[in-house]
Design a protein around this ligand. Structure first.
Ligand code: PGA
Length: 248
């Protein structure tokens, strides 16, 4: 069985002081985790976090990258820059970026290409809105989002992480039931299998109000290989509980 991945998405939260307290608390409580743990932090804190994570217990992640390598792109951050800070993962295509920054499927696919070319593992987010779910379009939407990434990345697709994050479950306290999540994960797994002989290698993690109370059931599903955790990743005990569910 492959190791599960629990990735924290701190979003636009943190301060030098809060990051240090949270990270030291996690390191003290983690011991030697039997799953992979990553912290995806705001870019301005990468240097601080590289230092705090230098013992290697947890991996460092970023929350976005530019589709470009360098040049006149004010405000953007390249893969090469992230690599200088030991970044191993980058979230790409989070629904908040698709929604507030108009990121299209095509742009997300190009960012994934850029991350893979630069040796950083993209955590590619897909997920439907409530209106899309209610209209019965969940499968169509997530397949379309993943298809764009598969199309642009060919055989490299086995090097990505997929995060299924139903938009209606993000930050709302409404989690997809384990059954609802598993159904979508199974669809994504089949889609990956059609694209690569190494689909089993691709972790498909769940995100959307994952917490200490619901993590065990979600993580017990056949095709749920971990979690992308927002709100609960900002609290030491909650995040440690989720990690311990994944470590079983
Ligand atoms: P949440 O966020 O756990 O706060 O719902 C998850 C995410 O957006 O990655």
């Amino acid at each position: 069985m492959k190791k599960k991945l629990i990735a924290a998405n701190w979003k636009m939260n943190g301060s030098l002081q809060a990051n240090e307290a949270l990270t030291r608390g996690l390191i003290a409580g983690l011991g030697a985790p039997t799953c992979e743990v990553a912290l995806c932090v705001p870019a301005v804190y990468l240097a601080q976090m590289q230092d705090l994570l230098s013992d290697g217990t947890m991996s460092l992640g970023a929350q976005d990258i530019s589709e470009h390598e360098a040049g006149a792109y004010t405000g953007e951050i390249s893969t090469t820059m992230l690599r200088e800070f030991g970044v191993r993962y980058v979230i790409v295509g989070h629904s908040e970026r698709r929604q507030y920054h108009a990121e299209s499927d095509a742009l997300v696919a190009r960012k994934v290409q850029r991350a893979l070319a630069g040796g950083i593992t993209p955590i590619v987010c897909v997920g439907e809105t409530l209106a899309q779910r209610e209209a019965g379009q969940t499968v169509e939407v997530v397949k379309r989002q993943l298809a764009a990434v598969i199309h642009a990345n060919g055989h490299c697709i086995s090097e990505i992480v997929v995060a299924y994050e139903p938009v209606w479950a993000i930050g709302t306290g409404k989690t997809a039931s384990a059954e609802q999540a598993q159904q979508v994960h199974a669809v994504l797994r089949l889609q990956l299998q059609a694209a690569t002989a190494h689909a089993e290698r691709v972790p498909i993690v769940y995100g959307g109000s994952m917490n200490a109370a619901n993590a065990a059931e979600l993580l017990a599903q056949a095709d749920i290989d971990g979690g992308l955790v927002g709100g609960a990743s900002l609290k030491v005990q909650d995040f440690l509980s989720i990690v311990s569910c994944a470590a079983q």
